[in-house]
Design a protein around this ligand. Sequence first.
Ligand SMILES: Cc1cc2nc3c(=O)[nH]c(=O)nc-3n(C[C@H](O)[C@H](O)[C@H](O)COP(=O)(O)O)c2cc1C
Length: 180
Amino acid sequence: MNDTTLSIGVILGSVREGRKGEPIARWVMDLLGTRTDAAPELLDIRDFDPSFAQRWPERIAAHDGFVIVTPEYNHGYPGTLKNALDALYGPWNDKPVAFVSYGFSASGARAIEQLRQVTSELRMMPIRDEVNLRLGAFRTDDRGFPADARALERADDVMTELLFWGRLLKEGRRRRPARN
Ligand SMILES: Cc1cc2nc3c(=O)[nH]c(=O)nc-3n(C[C@H](O)[C@H](O)[C@H](O)COP(=O)(O)O)c2cc1C
């Protein structure tokens, strides 16, 4: 990791048995892992729940930005993801967050709309561009990663935007005294 490398937490929002989110989160990890300007860590809510009180604050504080990978459940996002967001405040502040959603008719976009409101309240910087994957409508490779060229290009553009804001906000946090 050099000075321009940002530490990025990739949050896997689904904890469901047989979840489709896992290969999608691993795809995002793989994409970030090919870049020299990002050091990604997978943050699987399953590994933290119900012990948010311990490692969760420390892991969130360690990162310069986040990607939330979320399914759509009843036009919203999973309650477990809300708990994980609500468990903290300061460690989220002044950091960018990008979204990757998946679902049926709206490709998970409605879950992201709600996450934009909630992450703004956490003083995060939600990235405008997003990745929306329509279940059953994209090809996957042998790892279960989306193999669609447009999805890959879109995801890469979103990560570039996340890292752009990540660098600005990291510098901003350094120059300004911490919030309390
Ligand atoms: C409780 C529940 C509610 C759902 N509601 C929606 C929905 O409103 N819109 C949609 O597109 N898909 C909906 N789905 C389908 C999910 O997006 C799909 O099952 C997806 O695989 C869930 O993510 P996961 O497998 O990672 O948990 C719902 C699934 C569940 C389990």
